[in-house]
Design a protein around this ligand. Sequence first.
Ligand code: PBG
Length: 332
Amino acid sequence: MPYAPAAFPAGRPRRVRRTPALRGLVRENNLSVDDLIWPVFVRDGQGVEEPVPSMPGVYRRSVDKIVEAAKEAFDLGVSTICLFPYTDPAKKTLDCAEAWNPDNLSNTATRAIKAALPDMAVMTDVALDPYNITGQDGFLVDGYVVNDETVEALVKQALSQAEAGADIIGPSDMMDGRIGDMRQALEHAGHINVAILSYSAKYASAFYGPFRDAVGASGVLKGDKKTYQLDPANTDEAMRCIARDLDEGADMVMVKPGMPYLDICRRAQDEFGVPVYAYQVSGEYAMMQAAAQNGWIDGERAMMESLMCFKRAGCNGVLTYFAPAAAKIIGA
Ligand code: PBG
């Protein structure tokens, strides 16, 4: 006799998990190529594609190679790319003037991508660390990153990025008051449609390590970033920062890092109902790639699962080094 329970269970939730068709019918969230923003590293030179050792599968590319890679990603459906420059150490200074040089790497790459792919959205990073001798996101004075002087420089940087054709600027610096000042400066300069995706909830995290290698900031960073990036212990404070940035004119907000901060994503979406993005940062990527390379996890499945979790947590999209790889699987 086959086993039959004495009483029917009150429900059999497993019914809807029985086949792929049924699982598809009840699926609550979907990951689409529209959700993906691809961060890339730009360096100088021609025809250069240099691997970043702590981020298997990630490269620093010269502008021509960035354009090629952007085309491939765009063909896979990834329509937003986010630029991070690896600046020649000789161009790093205390006043960070390279940050608003109209012909710096980020601006040159923006123009090249927009010329080749007008329909691809280009997002740029507003922060001084790639250009700063101290590796800090702002000006270091007597061991402290000063706020207002830094904001003044960030506004110049943001304007130069808008001038180069950026569709979205991403202030990742965590200074106070920068969103309002940037918004106003952009409006006055006629860049009324340049969107601001503010890194409102950016934490002082150990998960940025490989990124700092990728942009050449690891060796140079003096001290840490705890006087401006958020304490990983806090949630309410992140909500206050989001509220303030929205008030000052942010169109979208970022939570960073991603996987360890899904609670922040969920709360941001529930409380504000605005476009919320997560940055699945370099350390998260490196951990997953390292485990996959060792055969300890199934890399593809873990990648797709991690990206779906951002949707479940209420994110509208995710910045991820996996973007083209994930797009390939979504499109397959
Ligand atoms: C700095 C910046 C960082 C990242 C993006 N912009 C690092 C930091 O704050 O030190 C990290 C991204 C990543 O780890 O993938 N403006």
